[in-house]
Design a protein. Structure first.
Length: 178
């Protein structure tokens, strides 16, 4: 003969959470979410800037390498139509957000397009105060086209990519004034 477990009132016992247990679990979850979301947003903002730094460094290294290899002038600049450089004289931080293009020559119409790199996802990206292109000579020097890129990301993240007169690139991780 089998015995059926039942409560003292003769009803079968039910297992589950009480209302208080559910409220405590929801409160703990709410505290964890309010703590984690800002940290996650800061993390993604830092990664966005780091990705842009790597994109710029790669573009600059490829441009310099192409100038040395081809023994001529090679230009890195933003381009809208991928047929010429599209540099505006305003320093609003929007010109360098376009697709980066590497041209053999000075980036004029008719110059050969060597490579493109996608658009930036940052709110602002400027180069120098005059937004000139970056040009490398056959010796790999930046000549009069050296300067600093200011990368301004979200949530006070940013970096500075510096091209020296010899054409070499370094990164300063302090957020520039944007």
């Amino acid at each position: 003969m089998r015995l059926i477990a039942s409560s003292s009132a003769g009803l079968p016992s039910h297992r589950g959470f009480t209302l208080i247990e559910l409220l405590v679990a929801i409160a703990v979850l709410a505290i964890m979410v309010t703590w984690a979301v800002p940290s996650f947003q800061q993390f993604t903002a830092r990664n966005e800037v780091a990705a842009e730094v790597m994109r710029l460094k790669s573009a600059l290294v490829m441009t310099r390498s192409a100038a040395i290899t081809r023994r001529g002038t090679v230009t890195l600049c933003p381009s809208v139509d991928l047929s010429q450089c599209a540099i505006s004289n305003n320093a609003d931080g929007k010109a360098w957000l376009a697709t980066l293009a590497i041209f053999e020559g000075r980036g004029d119409p008719g110059d050969s397009l060597l490579r493109t790199l996608g658009e930036s996802r940052l709110p602002a990206l400027t180069y120098r105060n005059d937004n000139r292109p970056v040009r490398y000579s056959a010796l790999g020097r930046a000549g009069g086209y050296f300067g600093s890129f200011r990368l301004c990301g979200r949530r006070d993240e940013g970096a500075k990519v510096i091209v020296n007169i010899m054409g070499r690139v370094r990164v300063d991780s302090k957020r520039p004034e944007c």
